[in-house]
Design a protein around this ligand. Structure first.
Ligand code: AKB
Length: 318
């Protein structure tokens, strides 16, 4: 990795991955690409930034050739709940966007990171200790784009030798930029409401257990996978990875340890509940641990403590 392009750089993952990569590889060597969401000062002021629609292949091609890019982190994606509202747009952005990036990676010999998701599984998948290789038959449009993305990345690797790599991210928890319309978003929103109102109304049932991860671990996973020796990688697209698994009621209990007055209530959104009910409760991530030494740092308790600390400073400063 010498010259890196990040699509979706203004999103939940991109806004945290971009500064970490700029620090590690040099500001000028990390080109951030956003589109709909306005970039924050950090992204704009610390290195190159371009606004490009992921469906504009020529503009992306120009960026890759102008900057001599050798690695792409392709983070653009409509998330699960928003995608259910606009399935055709989700297919267009998630699949045609990925197809553009794969073609460019083939043409200009770039390595490619693609974030898949727990959504690549479905109601027929074993929900506990979900194996690395198992039934993938999602019933959401987002999940269909994620499993298709994994297959397409594998195809480009096998057929054209493109160095594609991906992970199946669980719900991601972070304090910098809000997630944009997913099913696991409750696990981020709850912190804002706990600090501002002492109360949160959750759109999932209290016992909806899902895999989760704190953003520093997610950033570490993406970089570590892309830096691993290619010889060790058997399951390229994509690796199960998880750091913790909890339900809303357990997260609320953990928050209460820091904010004793905090309360939670439940008004279930049937669409998001059905999506969550189709996803694994806990994935087996031994392949990632074995093949590229994946090892998360944050437990539920450590994540909650750090989130409340960082987010309260951010809220005070705003
Ligand atoms: C979503 O909820 O849609 C995402 C995901 C788990 O992929 N956070």
């Amino acid at each position: 990795m010498k010259k890196i392009l990040i699509t979706g750089a203004t999103g939940q993952i991109g806004s945290e991955l971009t500064p970490v990569l700029r620090k590690k590889f040099g500001s000028e060597n990390v080109i951030a690409v956003g589109h709909k969401r306005k970039p924050g000062r950090e992204i704009l002021e610390t290195g190159p930034y371009s606004s490009v629609d992921i469906r504009d292949k020529q503009a992306l091609q120009r960026l890759v050739t102008d900057h001599d890019v050798d690695t792409v982190f392709h983070l653009v994606s409509l998330l699960s709940a928003v995608a259910e509202e606009q399935p055709q747009r989700a297919w267009d952005i998630n699949m045609n966007g990925l197809s553009n990036i794969l073609e460019i990676s083939r043409e200009y010999h770039c390595a490619l990171f693609f974030p898949s998701s727990i959504a690549a599984f479905g109601p027929l998948t074993p929900p506990d200790n979900t194996p690395q290789d198992t039934i993938q038959h999602p019933n959401t449009i987002y999940g269909i784009t994620k499993v298709s993305g994994e297959l397409l990345c594998d195809y480009y690797h096998r057929r054209f030798g493109v160095d594609t790599r991906s992970v199946r991210f669980p719900g991601l928890i972070s304090h910098k930029v809000l997630p944009g319309g997913g099913t696991t978003d409750y696990a981020v929103h709850i912190f804002y409401h706990a600090l501002k109102d002492n109360h949160y109304t959750c759109f999932l049932r209290s016992d909806t257990q899902l895999d989760m991860m704190y953003m520093p671990d997610a950033i570490q996973a993406a970089i570590q996978l892309m830096e691993s020796d290619r010889e060790g990688l058997i399951h390229r697209n994509g690796y199960n990875i998880t750091a913790m698994s909890f339900a809303p009621a357990q997260l609320a209990e953990e928050i209460k340890k820091h904010i004793p007055d905090f309360t939670i209530s439940y008004t279930v959104d049937p669409v998001r509940q059905a999506i969550a009910d189709s996803w694994p409760r806990h994935m087996d991530d031994r392949s990632a641990r074995k093949e590229w030494q994946w090892a998360p740092q944050y437990t539920l308790a450590a994540m909650v403590e750090d989130m409340l600390d960082k987010l309260s400073h951010r809220i005070k400063a705003s």
